[in-house]
Design a protein around this ligand. Structure first.
Ligand code: UD1
Length: 420
């Protein structure tokens, strides 16, 4: 991918003001895939303008759906689906394209997809997805880099995951809603995005219960109808902006946010010394104008544990406050790619396998960096807001995958940030 653009950030300015949080990428993507299952028109509100969402819309269009965006509303009509095959080029555009597998199996009884792209944070296998579809009666062949699935009639099944997987839980829900009989997912992922998908599908006529717990039940129904639905706020974007506010010792008001979905991010920021209040109306206030102190240990884990996606921006914050923090990354094995770049800014971080030890320093200095993945890129922005002088961040296409207008939003609260 040729990427000439760079983010240029002059650090050291306090962030102060209001940021409106985007709709959740990780919710919008499965909802867009779910539209494949629905009769009539679906209108998704608060759908973030991200390259990953554009990629999902391109897949929908290539399948024969009509898919139009106006501002943050995406209208999809899947009546005219003409194929159940997704080309390698489209699959490679984003890892989450695998989510179309469950939806296409549910709608067409078959699908042919290439292995998904993106492996920047670990090997990211899809064995849980494929094993579950087999249990539901699908025959799966893997050849020439493609996966072909076929099931004359998908049947409900008892599925048990070895560890909770967000994508596999969503994929099974998508396959099961129109399957014959009942499906139970044991050791299901409990992330808020699973609840959002269940809420959406239930509004379309599905019968899903237990979403948000470790056991999800799905009673297959004969048909689902499109509806209007608002995508939940993005909890990882919210966490990132809170880290940006905290690292500059600033004061922020997030609007259109959901403090409950932030889970342990809030107590960790409080432990660091920030004041955080949720107002119940989608407003979250942060004040970091006190002495901050690094937390002793952060262990990422499936929800309700500390989100692996918020680990990189939090690490950037810990690199710039007094104290030593031990990070233990239990979800993905290769999620420290941002560390070498933070070290270029002067951070003191040592990595040994899944453990990273961060010794906070009181000074970082701007440097030339390159994003290697989405959340790692967010960590670089967070650190650059604190670093003296100018930081330039290349390969910002990774950041575009998950943050809508991040430079505009940060500029709006006083950061010196621009794209060249
Ligand atoms: C989703 C999120 C991603 C987040 C991750 C963990 C989306 C679009 N992406 O990714 O931002 O970082 O959850 O919260 O929602 N695993 C297997 N086999 C499988 C599937 C998963 O071994 O078939 C393992 C993974 O390697 C990983 C763990 O399970 O170690 C959890 O991964 P999973 O929850 O599936 O992540 P994604 O759904 O890909």
């Amino acid at each position: 991918m040729s990427e000439q653009r760079k983010l240029v950030i002059k650090g050291g300015r306090r962030i102060e003001g209001e940021i409106s949080v985007q709709g959740a990428k990780n919710s919008a993507l499965p909802l867009l895939a779910a539209a494949v299952l629905l009769k009539g028109q679906t209108e998704l509100y608060n759908c973030p303008g991200l390259s990953d969402c554009d990629a999902a819309c391109r897949i929908l269009s290539a399948l024969g759906c009509s898919c139009k965006r106006e501002g943050s509303v995406v209208c999809i009509d899947a009546s005219a689906i003409g194929t159940s095959e997704v080309s390698e080029k489209l699959m490679r555009e984003m890892r989450s394209s695998i989510i179309f597998m469950g939806a296409l199996l549910g709608r067409c009884g078959q699908c042919r997809l290439s292995f998904p792209g993106g492996c920047e944070i670990g090997s990211r296998p899809i064995d849980f997805h494929l094993d579950a579809f087999r249990k539901m009666g699908a025959k799966i062949r893997e050849e020439h880099g493609y996966i072909a699935c076929r099931a004359a009639k998908l049947k409900g099944a008892e599925i048990s995951f070895p560890v909770p997987s967000v994508g596999a839980t969503e994929n099974v829900m998508l396959a099961a809603v129109l399957a014959e009989g009942n499906t139970t997912i044991h050791n299901a992922a409990r992330e808020p995005e699973i609840c959002d998908l269940a809420g959406f599908l239930n509004r379309c006529g599905a019968r899903i219960s237990g979403a948000g717990t470790g056991t999800v039940h799905i009673e297959g129904v004969k048909r689902l109808d499109g509806c209007r639905y608002t995508v939940m706020p993005d909890r990882i974007a919210a966490a990132t902006y809170l880290c940006c506010g905290a690292i500059t010792r600033g004061e922020l008001l997030l609007t259109h946010a959901d403090i409950a979905s932030l889970g342990p991010v809030v107590p960790v920021l409080e432990q660091i010394g920030c004041s955080i209040y949720g107002f119940g109306n989608g407003n979250v206030y942060l004040n970091a104008q006190r002495a901050l102190k690094a937390p002793a240990q952060i262990r990422t884990a499936p929800y309700p544990g500390f989100p692996t996606d918020a680990q990189p921006p939090l690490m950037a914050l810990c690199a710039a406050i007094p104290g030593t923090t031990m990070f233990v990354e239990t979800v993905f094995e290769n999620r420290y790619r941002h560390v070498s770049e933070l070290i270029r800014l002067g951070a003191h971080i040592k990595v040994e396998g899944r453990v990273a030890v961060v010794e906070g320093v009181n000074r970082l200095t701007g440097a030339e960096l390159e994003a290697g993945d989405l959340r790692g890129g967010a960590a670089m922005i967070t650190a650059a807001l604190f670093a003296e002088g100018t930081t330039k961040i290349g390969k910002i296409c990774y950041i575009d995958r998950g943050y809508e207008n991040i430079e505009g939003l940060l500029k709006g609260v006083g950061a010196d940030i621009r794209i060249v």
